[in-house]
Design a protein. Structure first.
Length: 406
């Protein structure tokens, strides 16, 4: 007797009931799947983007906003800081490296970031074509920017003022593409990188009279004889003691603010964790309802199949085979529902990535299969076994004589 084939035939005999149970289970599992995918990739991406950055120095305001805008480029800066004061703070003996940054412009929604070549070294980039900038208004494109905008080395474009894409253009001076980066799968893929002087000159009314040269001091900061401003400074510690002393020193003795990316992102994960837990709880309720639906479907159909089961016993089927028959129906239902749920979860994440082309989620991979998804499958099969165990036991206890007499 082919138990598997017989179980499948019984399920297909009631396609509407079977389909609804599978759909309900798949919806619950798809929610859990997409949450697991987002949670793991989000955490990995945030840690990867902040690698090598121990502290962020910027204007007073929200520490989390400062970190998000300076490290991950997904929020508005808290303001600008005086260049002289940033230089003074960066000379502290506890600081190994200080990378200045100037923000405020964009091209088609992609942020234009003014910095030094140290920023490229921070992410250990490689070039698909061209090389790093040597003069103001020369730019290096992240791989996603070059792909989305169709730009290559030698092309020019005009930047716009502000972080948002719908802002007025700086049409006095065009940017020249001198390099395109290879994919790094981090935040730098979505940035347009240039010198800090480019940001300064593009906001000067008389910038055309400037000598467009890039000069960098030994400290890593650009040379200038004017009162200039930066948006932020990325700091690497010289030793572990700096983590204790430096943030407190900067926050208490200067007009600047120091924020730790690791600390602020940990706080963010805690806040997000509450929301994720609530959604996961909702998904678990849906799965439990689906399990209850499977139980009701199997229990109800068992009453209608008592005669069939008695006939099967009469022609040689054992009690164990009847038990396995009903149990297998529940397992098949949940297995199909689990596969459908995993597929829907990946499909939903794909649509999220397509919609958020320039957000932090845009680099998420939809075809990746993480280890936690195996537990989704195990959990679904456990629900199937639990939902079918009582109906299967009733099938095991089927009385041949009584049912055939009726």
């Amino acid at each position: 007797m082919n138990i598997f084939k017989l179980s499948w035939k019984y399920l297909m005999d009631k396609p509407l009931s079977t389909g609804l149970n599978i759909l309900l289970l798949a919806l619950g599992l798809s929610i859990i799947t997409v949450l697991l995918l987002i949670e793991e990739q989000f955490e990995n991406k945030m840690n990867k983007d902040a690698s090598g950055i121990d502290l962020v120095i910027g204007a007073k305001g929200s520490p989390l906003q400062l970190v998000l805008s300076s490290v991950y480029h997904i929020d508005f800066p808290t303001g600008n800081i005086p260049l002289d004061e940033a230089k003074s703070v960066s000379r502290n003996r506890l600081i190994k490296k200080a990378i200045p940054m100037g923000l405020g412009d964009n091209f088609g929604g992609f942020r234009i970031v003014g910095s030094t070549h140290d920023y490229l070294e921070l992410y250990d980039v490689s070039f698909n074509s061209g090389n790093a900038w040597n003069k103001p208004f020369e730019v290096v494109l992240g791989s996603r920017v070059a792909k989305e905008k169709g730009l290559k080395v030698g092309d020019t474009f005009v930047g716009s003022h502000g972080i948002a894409s719908a802002s007025h253009e700086h049409d006095e001076q065009a940017y020249l593409v001198v390099g395109v980066l290879a994919p790094s799968y981090n935040v730098i893929d979505q940035l347009i990188l240039t010198s800090i002087e480019s940001i300064w000159y593009s906001h000067d009314e008389d910038f055309g009279k400037k000598k467009l040269e890039q000069e960098v001091e030994k400290t890593g900061f650009p040379k200038t004889d004017q009162a200039r401003e930066l948006t932020t400074v990325l700091i690497s510690y010289r030793n572990p003691i700096a983590a204790v002393q430096l943030p407190r020193l900067i926050n208490s003795r200067s007009s600047l603010q120091a924020a730790s990316p690791s600390f602020e992102i940990s706080r963010l994960f805690e806040l997000l964790g509450i929301g994720i837990a609530l959604v996961q709880g909702l998904a678990l309720v849906i799965i439990l309802i689906a399990g209850l639906g499977i139980f009701i479907a199997l229990y109800s159909s068992l009453k209608q199949r008592n005669y069939d089961l008695a006939v099967m016993r009469a022609i040689g089927a054992s009690k164990g085979q009847l038990f396995l028959l009903i149990l297998l129906e529940g397992i098949l239902l949940t297995f199909i529902g689990a596969l459908a749920g995993l597929f829907l979860g990946h499909l939903f994440l794909y649509f999220l990535v397509v919609v958020n082309e320039q957000g932090i989620i845009s680099d998420f991979k939809t075809l990746v299969f993480i280890k936690k998804e195996w537990w989704v499958l195990v959990y679904a099969l456990s629900v199937g076994v639990l939902a079918s165990i009582i109906p299967a036991w009733n099938a095991y206890r089927t009385q041949i004589a009584g049912q055939l007499t009726k």
